[in-house]
Design a protein around this ligand. Structure first.
Ligand code: PEP
Ligand code: MG
Length: 745
């Protein structure tokens, strides 16, 4: 690039900055800016269009077009050349604007006499703020250097718009003001209203213009080299990472090492940007480019790029992720993703959690579920849209998030929360009553848990016990395998808190996708069907043994119930059971107290067990159906894949006939049976299971009230008969008959 243009560009940026530093209203500044740019670019026209709302651009200032059109001329996103620049995030440079596809003639502006058009997006990290346009009468194609120079100016404008420099007069150009709706997916049910708390707040760039290019370049180079060292440091621990984490870091390393990346930022600095603004500009441009790419792999790299740029910005500005801001009163955590330990640190202070990534089975989701905090996952781009302190509504049931909602939406949402709270209050009256139906059949309602902090809900919900205590969390939230003593102390406190009520501990269900930080990652194409749960426990028995010892010690002389996850064949159960009995006998031989009663169960999560021989059922003290896994394997539909996870209905006749088969087998062998997947907490599903003959259901504590309420009003025998009739008549789904029955209760 010729030095002359660099010098011009730097002078222009400095003049822009000075303009902004002088007092005056937003409109006044915009006017001065357009005339400065037109003057510097040697064009007759310079105009700034800013977003009025996410779909509409408004001409906010112009040098050269009809002044009366300012704040009158508007266009939709994608409409005309300006709208096209805004939509695509890419510049348009033409010597003959009227013949460009999509050109829209706006008579009020008087622009018909200008044939050359150069428009560049005003954007900040992929966030669209507006369009900057220069036009001239004679037909000329602007040089690449002009395009580049105008982009740099637009970058500085973006930073200034961001800083609220123009917002005073017309309330335009300020993003982060409009309500935005995000459609994600359910991670954990429930509703919450609160204020945004960004887990990693964005770095604020306050000095978009650099005075000394050499000094800025040196700062950039230092920061890039510190970044590379940081990534190398992270990669040193690669052995303890899962495949995906490792791949992401490798991608970072490649990007951070890319000469083109650093070179482009160096050029931007040469044109007058500060090092920070150069990082942002490069990120915005690359983002716009990647977003247009049809290749999903490339689009995914967007996140890597954002993360890397943020790291670099933190290094440059010295801003850590802890900005010292205080947690708002009703914090809703917003993040790309979050680790289980960090989420647990926030704990129940959080009203809700919204993630851009995540999955139903992710560690964060497990924690959110354990803490009963509404969680929405896959809320794309929310971290770019949300600002700390923004109002936010989280609808975990629908997987929807309202950011900066209109008052009417908030009011409707509050009504919904109040109704749910009201219903919970009504359910509280049922707390000490049994879940007995009108025909006199009592169903045992238990709760699922995973933390000591869950135990108070045992009393609050009126649950008969803990039907599933998931033991993964204590393993997930530490940097090493927890010690036997630590686990024994925790399990013992859980039993203390449960008192006379029974707790069914499930041994560790981990492996494959749920890799522990200290486990060697396995490269598995199909993790849910991979080396997980009891498969790991039996093949590498060290941790399983330790956990079983901890459970036995925790029980002391008290009764103990243990179940093994993901049993697929009788011999797996026999081996696991054998390991538990072996540990018990060893403890006894050492003279330590052992459980006065030991109940050993299997989780039925694979269809194979429904067909196992009777001797297997007879050997189990109890069986608990893990409906989440069982259903995914029955229908061959991944429980974590949004596209298919709701595709098949739990009340499908085939699935319920299959469940009934298990019920019948347990009845014949006198084996206690419970159901502990999420469906047990859905009232319609729960009632259907009960009608089919399941006598124990384990669910989220909050579901106990609604399920009990329904069971107490129903006649399970009557419903059972209706279900049989519908099945005999060939119904594919039993949902219509069950809901029809409920409607007349
Ligand atoms: C299940 O699969 O239904 C279950 C209870 O186990 P998890 O959800 O922990 O896999
Ligand atoms: Mg399971």
């Amino acid at each position: 690039m010729p030095d002359r243009s660099k010098g011009d560009s730097r002078t222009l940026l400095r003049r822009l900055r000075d303009t902004l530093a002088t007092p005056g209203g937003g409109q006044d500044r915009l006017d001065r800016i357009t005339s400065l740019i037109a003057d510097s670019m040697g064009t007759e026209v310079c105009s700034i269009y800013l977003f009025r709302d996410p779909e509409t651009l408004e001409l906010c200032a112009t040098e050269g077009l009809n002044a009366a059109a300012v704040h009158h001329t508007r266009m939709r996103l994608g409409e005309g050349l300006v709208g096209r620049v805004a939509r695509t995030g890419a510049p348009i440079n033409t010597g003959d604007a009227p013949s460009e596809p999509g050109f829209r003639y706006m008579p009020e502006t008087g622009e018909e006499i200008f044939s050359s058009f150069l428009g560049v997006p005003i954007q900040r990290v992929g966030e669209k703020l507006g369009v900057l346009v220069v036009q001239s009468k004679h037909a000329r194609q602007f040089l690449d250097d002009d395009v580049y120079g105008l982009e740099v100016v637009a970058m500085v404008l973006a930073e200034m718009t961001e800083l609220g420099a123009f917002t005073a007069d017309h309330g335009i150009g300020a993003t982060h003001r409009f309500p935005v709706l995000f459609r994600g997916a359910t991670g954990q049910e429930g509703a919450a209203e609160g204020r945004v708390w960004l887990h990693e707040p964005r770095v604020v760039v306050t000095n978009p213009v650099g005075d000394d290019p050499d000094a800025e370049r040196a700062r950039l180079e230092d920061a890039v080299s510190a970044l590379r060292t940081q990534i190398d440091g992270l990669l040193e621990n690669a052995a303890t990472m899962d495949k995906e984490q490792r791949q992401v870091l490798e991608a970072y390393k490649m990007l951070a090492g890319s000469r083109g990346w650093v070179q482009r930022m160096g050029e931007d600095i040469g044109l007058g940007l500060s090092a920070e603004a150069a990082v942002e500009k490069e990120q915005s441009t690359a983002r716009a480019r990647l977003e247009r790419s049809p290749d999903p792999y490339l689009r995914e790299r967007l996140n890597d790029l954002a993360d890397l740029s943020n790291r670099l910005l933190r290094l440059l500005t010295g801003q850590g992720s802890d900005t010292g801001a205080a947690l708002p009163e009703d914090p809703v955590l917003v993040a790309r993703n979050i680790g289980p330990a960090e989420l647990l640190d926030y704990g129940r202070r959080l009203k809700g959690v919204v993630l851009e990534e995540g999955s139903v089975g992710s560690h964060a989701a497990i924690v959110a579920r354990a803490l009963a905090i509404p969680l929405v996952i896959h809320a794309e781009r929310i971290t770019t849209e949300a600002l700390n302190g923004d109002s936010i509504l989280v609808d975990g049931d629908q997987g929807i998030v309202h950011l900066r909602p209109e008052e009417s939406v908030s009011a409707a949402f509050r009504d919904k929360i109040a109704m749910a709270a009201e219903a919970q209050k009504r359910y509280a009256d049922l707390r000490d009553l049994p879940a007995t139906d009108r025909s006199g059949q009592t169903i045992s309602l238990m709760m699922n848990a995973g933390l000591m902090a869950d135990l108070p809900s045992l009393k609050g919900s009126g649950a008969d016990g803990v039907g599933l205590f998931r033991t993964e969390l204590q393993f997930l939230t530490r940097a090493r395998v927890p010690r036997r003593g630590e686990l024994a102390a925790l399990y013992s406190r859980v039993m203390d808190a449960a008192g006379e009520k029974r707790v069914q501990f499930r041994t560790l269900d981990i492996g494959s996708d749920k890799v522990l930080p200290y486990m060697k990652p396995q490269d598995e194409p199909n993790p849910a069907m991979g080396w997980r749960a009891i498969r790991v426990g039996l093949d590498k028995p060290g941790v399983l043994r330790m956990q079983l010892q901890a459970l036995i010690r925790a029980a002391g002389g008290r009764p103990l119930s243990v179940m093994f996850p993901f049993i697929a064949t009788p011999d797996e159960f026999h081996d696991a059971r054998g390991a538990l009995l072996h540990e018990r006998d060893r403890e006894a031989a050492r003279g330590r107290p052992v459980p006065e009663e030991l109940k050993i169960g299997a989780m039925l999560e694979t269809p194979s067990l429904a067909f196992a021989q009777d001797s297997f059922y007879a050997a189990c003290d109890f069986i608990s159906i893990g409906g989440n896994d069982l259903k995914q394997f029955f229908f061959a539909a991944d429980r974590e894949n949004e596209r298919v996870r709701r595709r098949y209905d739990t009340l499908d006749t085939a699935f319920l006939t299959f469940i009934e088969r298990i019920i019948v087998r347990c009845r014949h062998t006198d084996t206690a049976l419970s159901f502990c997947g999420e469906d047990a907490g859905r009232p319609v599903e729960a009632l259907t299971f009960a009608a089919l003959g399941i006598r124990a259901l384990s669910m989220r504590p909050a579901s106990i009230g609604p399920v009990k309420h329904l069971i107490r009003r129903a006649d399970l025998q009557e419903l059972r008969k209706l279900i049989q009739d519908a099945r005999n008549q060939g119904a594919q789904s039993l949902r219509p008959v069950v809901t029809e029955y409920l409607a007349h209760l």
